[in-house]
Design a binder for this molecule. Sequence first.
Ligand SMILES: *Cc1c(COP(=O)(O)O)cnc(C)c1O
Length: 337
Amino acid sequence: MMNHVIDLRSDTVTQPSPGMREAIAAAVVGDDVYGEDPTVNALQERLADLLGFEAGLFAPSGTQSNLLGVMTHCGRGDEYIVGQDAHTYRFEGGGAAVLGSIQPQPITNQADGTIALADIERAIKPDDPHFARSRLIALENTIGGKPLPIDYLRDAVALARRRGLALHLDGARLFNAAVRLNVRARELAAGFDTVSICLSKGLGIPAGSVLCGSRAHIAAARRWRKMLGGGMRQAGVLAAAGLYALEHNIDRLAIDHKNAQKLADGLARVPGVKVEPQHTNIVFAHFPQERLTALRSHLDACGIRVALGQRTRFVTHLDVDARMIDTTVDAFARFFH
Ligand SMILES: *Cc1c(COP(=O)(O)O)cnc(C)c1O
């Protein structure tokens, strides 16, 4: 099954490469709840260093890493300002509200993925017992595959400083943004108080995210991580994969972007298919509702896996090559010919 299927549902579906498996096998490990896993410590330091922070904290998932970030800045009765489309708000089970007693203040995202600074200003509550305490702005980069504009990041940081709010970045795919914009990831992280990076997306490790921040924020996040059940023991087997990924799998994200572009261009040539502008490793295409059932069977028969809908997301990754893109485009072209 695995080998002949082209899986474009997400960049989380990758298999660890032989090199990564070797790194996992060779990992020197210890009990990370005691802070004694040298490989986890090395990964945390390496990522903090890459992004320009004092410290990092390895977490089992991006969902937990974001929650640690939000809970580090906000307490009971506080609120965080966040995009309506943001993963943190929309796709994390409402964890900040459920487990942190933190109210989200969602704001409609603009077409470019930003949340308008004027909307943020308007959402900040006065110091009055009627209102939750506005404490944090949470941004996401990339969002829907779009890198946030660098000017916007600078202005958002200035706004947060001016209004005394903390700033968290869900940088699950921050390296995709950095590669696409051809800047160092630390430039995109500048001014944020905490940044969460997913290692299990385009970077291809089996599981794990890292939260970066000041030593004080990371110490606080470590307490929350323990409470949330995220304290792992010999997690160095995963961290070794993370170190391997930082070394081998960042620059190659450009290949995923190129394959995504090839897919976008190819699908755009298929009659009846509408493709949204593509930026990194994610492509959104629109298909006629009345053809979806037949299209689903056709793709199944072709061994192509996507979460098919009227608006379908395709994600390229380590286990998708240019030839598979050709096969995919060809399958759609044959269906819609
Ligand atoms: C995948 C993802 C997460 C959460 O990561 P999990 O490891 O799946 O919990 C957070 N934010 C964004 C933008 C993501 O794409």
